[in-house]
Design a protein around this ligand. Structure first.
Ligand code: ZN
Length: 172
């Protein structure tokens, strides 16, 4: 496993539309999944999308677990989600705090759908349909945005919803 370099805001890869994965079981894709999991864990993230390590594929990892960055996160085994899509949305919008490994030092209060029905391909090549709510739904929406060149800053209702990490730690 290799810890990969994370592209940060300003890197044009974060603004690209990522390409679909045709062969899930290809060695380079399986290697990328292993490396993404190692990278998100080392960085105490709860999710990471392939474009964040400069691999412009429709693939992300949801790896929710309590950490220094997200003490309240529910525990979930790191899960690779390939060619993910949202099938339906609750249309119940909730605002909560997000950070991003590509935008170090900032936290934003981001509006997202509270519940979503999604479809994705698993590491074994099966297409599955699931319902995610709350924090996991938030991670999914955040990571899916990365595949379309969108970052959480683009979703803020106001710049007043943006805090530095230090002020967030002090106040929230
Ligand atoms: Zn992010």
């Amino acid at each position: 496993m290799t810890i990969l370099d994370i592209a940060e805001l300003g890197n044009p890869i974060l603004r690209c539309q990522a390409q679909s994965i045709e062969k899930v079981r290809e060695p380079k894709i399986l290697q990328l999944i292993d490396d993404l999991i190692a990278t998100v864990e080392l960085n105490n993230g709860v999710g990471i999308a392939a474009p964040q390590v400069s691999a412009s594929y429709r693939l992300f990892i949801v790896a929710s677990r309590p950490s220094i960055r997200y003490p309240q996160a529910p525990k979930m085994n790191p899960t690779a989600m390939i060619n993910p899509t949202i099938i339906s949305r609750s249309n119940e919008i909730v605002k909560d705090w997000e950070g991003c490994l590509s935008i170090p030092g900032l936290r934003g209060l981001v509006p997202r759908d509270r519940a979503i029905e999604v479809e994705y391909t698993t590491i074994t090549g099966d297409r599955v349909r699931k319902i995610f709510t709350d924090f996991i739904a938030r991670i999914f929406q955040h990571e899916l945005d990365h595949l379309d060149g969108i970052v959480f800053l683009d979703r803020l209702e106001s710049n007043q919803d943006l805090f530095t990490e230090a002020e967030y730690q002090k106040r929230i």
